[in-house]
Design a protein around this ligand. Structure first.
Ligand SMILES: Nc1ncnc2c1ncn2[C@@H]1O[C@H](COP(=O)(O)OP(=O)(O)OP(=O)(O)O)[C@@H](O)[C@H]1O
Ligand SMILES: [Mg+2]
Length: 147
């Protein structure tokens, strides 16, 4: 059984090409035949938009997955560019406050993606320009050699 390599693209500074890097890398890896999942962890939802989805019309997003409302596989969509996408909406901005009191919240993203890991070779995480809780979730390694 394969196990996806997970790469988080994060930087506190805005506008330094995090999203561009994720979108380009994902498209290139998909073209090489890799099974790629990209996860939009930014409430601005630029990655979601750039992959052809209107965040306003997305019904299930990463916000619902982090809150445990739906499984990741329910919210993941395929895109015309090749990679699959776990989209974001502006709702993600309120997610951190809702998770703040939850024990073990730093493992929320890792655990939520566990179910879909065998379906992918690479998972790319596009973080928001901050060191917020969601970005720190993206930094939690599954195993020391994962990143
Ligand atoms: N190699 C490049 N050369 C010139 N401009 C670039 C390059 N890569 C990205 N840009 C431009 O830089 C801007 C910011 O890129 P991008 O949205 O990827 O940054 P970001 O770090 O994800 O921003 P944010 O922090 O707001 O999420 C965009 O307008 C993009 O087109
Ligand atoms: Mg971005």
């Amino acid at each position: 059984m394969t196990d996806a390599r997970t790469i988080a693209v994060a930087n506190q500074k805005g506008g330094v090409a995090k999203t561009t890097t994720v979108a380009s890398l994902a498209a290139a890896l998909a073209e090489l035949g890799q099974r790629v999942l990209v996860v939009d962890l930014d409430p601005q939802a630029c990655l979601t938009f750039s992959l052809g989805l209107d965040p306003e019309t997305v019904e299930l997003s990463v916000h619902d997955v982090l809150l445990g409302r739906v499984a990741a596989s329910m919210a993941i969509q395929s895109t015309v560019d090749g990679p699959d996408l776990l989209p974001a909406t502006i709702e993600l901005a309120g997610c951190e406050a809702m998770l703040l009191t939850r024990t073990g919240r730093e493992y929320t993203l890792r655990l939520a993606l566990e179910e879909v890991r065998p379906s992918y070779d690479v998972i790319l995480l596009d973080c928001a320009p901050s060191t917020t809780t969601t970005t720190s979730y993206a930094s939690i390694r599954r195993r020391p050699w994962d990143y």
